[in-house]
Write a new protein. Structure first.
Length: 251
């Protein structure tokens, strides 16, 4: 039986992130190629839906790996930032952020995480920084270097953020309705010292491309709603018949 694209991504992500030791550069880029194949419809979202509510009655062709009888979420029907939870375990999480035009997901970090992201549809302005000084534990203000400050538009190849490079602290401003599929490893966890921290950036006029980032509480106007995942079901390792699973040799 042919696996769905999201199942293939889950299988590879679990194989890579649950292994002993850090993933190799080749493994991370293999995950990037899998992520690049996924479209909005593969995670249960109708990117061109023009309905008043996020739930669309649209269905996909039964020959598609994303075929289901539940309908799709309407990509243009969200009035607030919405998170579609796909999967989370000790090793990684998968989910989709859907942003209406004009909404801002403020500057935030991914402590100790590797993050693979793909813009599924739409366009957004991305601003991202990496820390310059890494020995400022406990300080609420730190020097950071700007990595990205640009508009990206789908189709766009996935991005990779590492704990200390790639733009680990970033923000999004949706220019049109858009959606971003994220794979985070390890996932956020207050218990294990991986909270999500928000920042204000203060540019340094005399140092182009650098800013002081200052910690701040989660913005009171940040509203993130939840929506059900309507894509293909994922068979997790807890339910595998390992005699029938054949992981790709690339991992």
């Amino acid at each position: 039986m042919e696996r769905s694209k999201i199942q293939v991504l889950y299988d590879a992500s679990h194989a890579v992130f649950s292994q002993e030791g850090l993933p190799t550069f080749q493994q991370i880029h293999y995950l990037k190629t899998l992520l690049d194949k996924i479209e909005a419809i593969d995670v249960g979202v109708d990117e061109s839906g023009l309905c008043d509510s996020p739930t669309s009655d649209a269905t996909v062709d039964s020959s598609s790996s994303s075929s289901n009888s539940k309908g799709l979420l309407c990509g243009h029907g969200f009035s607030e930032i919405t998170y579609i939870h796909i999967h989370e375990c000790d090793y990684f999480s998968m989910g989709v952020f859907c942003l209406p035009a004009g909404k801002v997901f403020p500057l935030h970090d991914h402590p100790g995480m590797t993050v693979l992201s793909k813009l599924l549809y739409g366009s957004t302005c991305v601003k991202a920084y990496d820390w310059i000084a890494l020995d400022c534990a406990g300080s609420q203000t730190r020097l950071a270097g700007r990595v990205v400050d640009e508009v990206i538009k789908a189709p766009q190849e996935p991005s990779i953020l590492f704990p200390r490079s790639g733009g680990n602290i970033h923000s999004f401003t949706a220019l049109t309705p858009c959606a971003i599929l994220d794979v985070l490893s390890p996932p956020y966890s207050e218990e294990f010292g991986r909270p999500s921290t928000y920042f204000s950036d203060i540019p340094i006029p005399s140092l182009n491309g650098y800013a002081i980032l200052e910690e701040k509480p989660m913005p009171s106007n940040l509203v993130v709603q939840g929506a059900p995942y309507l894509g293909p079901s994922i068979v997790t390792v807890d339910h595998y018949n390992f005699g029938q699973i054949d992981f790709d040799n690339h991992v």
